[in-house]
Design a protein around this ligand. Structure first.
Ligand SMILES: NC(=O)c1ccc[n+]([C@@H]2O[C@H](COP(=O)([O-])OP(=O)(O)OC[C@H]3O[C@@H](n4cnc5c(N)ncnc54)[C@H](OP(=O)(O)O)[C@@H]3O)[C@@H](O)[C@H]2O)c1
Length: 209
C-alpha cells in the first residue's frame, strides 16, 4: 500500500511509519521541512507529485497536533485559538482536500485523524483545544460522507493522550495512566485495514476503552 503520514518526524509519526514499513508498505512521510501543511499550494503540489508517482494513496494518517490551554474559561487566549485552528483544523483541511481524489481511487483506503476525549468532554480551560478538535472531527465526518460510495473510509481515533519512549525515559516514575503508547496507536491504525471500510467510515474509535 501507499501510505502518507503527516507529522512524520515526531515519535508518533515514526511509530506509524515504522509499523507500515515493517508490513512492506510504501510510506511517504511529510514533515515541515518537506512541506508546510499550512501552505495550500505546497500541499496540492505534494499531492500532485504523489499522484504522478503512484496514481493513488491507500492511507493518509494525519498526525499534526498541538495543545494550548488556560487555568480558567475566562483566561482563555484567543491567540491560542488561532494557533490551534492552524495546527488542528487548517492542516487537516489542506491535506484532506488535496488527497481525497487519490484516496477515492484506492480499493481499500483509510483517512485517519487522532482526536481527544476532550472534544466530547471539554474542560473550562480547554475551550480552544476542545472546539478545534470537535471541528476537526466534523470535517473528517464530511470527508467520510464524501467517501461513502468508495472502498475507502475516514475514521476518527479517540485517545486521552499519547506516550512515547522519550516521555517514559524523562519521567521514569510516571504511570501515564490512560495514555496510549504510540506503538499501540500505530497498531490500531494498521488494524483499520482488517475491518470493512463501510463499517468504519464516519466512526469514532475510542482507543481508551
Ligand atoms: N500528544 C497527545 O497527547 C495527543 C492527545 C490527543 C490527540 N493527539 C493527536 O495525535 C496526533 C499526534 O500527536 P503528536 O503529539 O505526536 O503531534 P505533534 O508532535 O504535536 O505534531 C506532529 C508533527 O506535526 C508537525 N507539524 C506541525 N505543523 C506542521 C506544518 N505546518 N507542516 C508540516 N508539519 C507540521 C510537527 O513538526 P515540527 O516539529 O517541525 O513542528 C510535528 O513533528 C495529533 O493529531 C494530535 O492532535 C495527541
Amino acid at each position: 500500500m501507499i501510505i502518507v503520514v503527516t507529522g512524520a518526524a515526531g515519535p508518533t509519526g515514526q511509530a506509524v511509519a515504522d509499523h507500515f514499513r515493517a508490513g512492506g508498505h510504501t510510506v511517504i512521510g511529510v514533515d515541515r521541512d518537506e512541506v508546510d501543511l499550512l501552505d495550500r499550494e505546497a500541499v496540492q503540489a505534494f499531492a500532485a507529485r504523489v499522484e504522478k508517482e503512484h496514481g493513488l494513496v491507500d492511507g493518509v494518517v494525519h498526525l499534526v497536533g498541538g495543545w494550548r490551554g488556560s487555568k480558567s474559561f475566562a483566561e482563555t487566549s484567543l491567540d491560542d485559538w488561532d494557533t490551534l485552528h492552524a495546527l488542528l483544523i487548517r492542516t487537516l483541511q489542506h491535506v484532506s482536500l488535496a488527497f481525497e481524489p487519490l484516496l477515492r481511487r484506492s480499493a481499500n483506503g483509510r483517512f485517519v485523524i487522532v482526536s481527544a476525549q476532550a472534544a466530547q468532554r471539554p474542560t473550562a480551560g480547554g475551550a480552544a483545544y476542545a472546539a478545534a478538535k470537535a471541528a476537526a472531527e466534523a470535517w473528517t465526518l464530511s470527508l467520510a460522507d464524501a467517501l461513502r460510495d468508495t472502498g475507502s473510509a475516514a475514521v476518527i481515533l479517540v485517545i486521552k493522550a499519547l506516550v512515547n519512549d522519550a516521555m517514559r525515559a524523562a519521567k521514569p516514575e510516571a504511570r501515564f495512566a490512560g495514555f496510549t503508547d504510540v506503538r499501540d496507536l500505530a497498531q490500531a491504525v494498521g488494524g483499520l485495514y482488517d475491518r470493512p471500510a463501510a463499517e468504519l467510515n464516519g466512526t469514532r474509535q475510542d482507543l481508551t476503552t
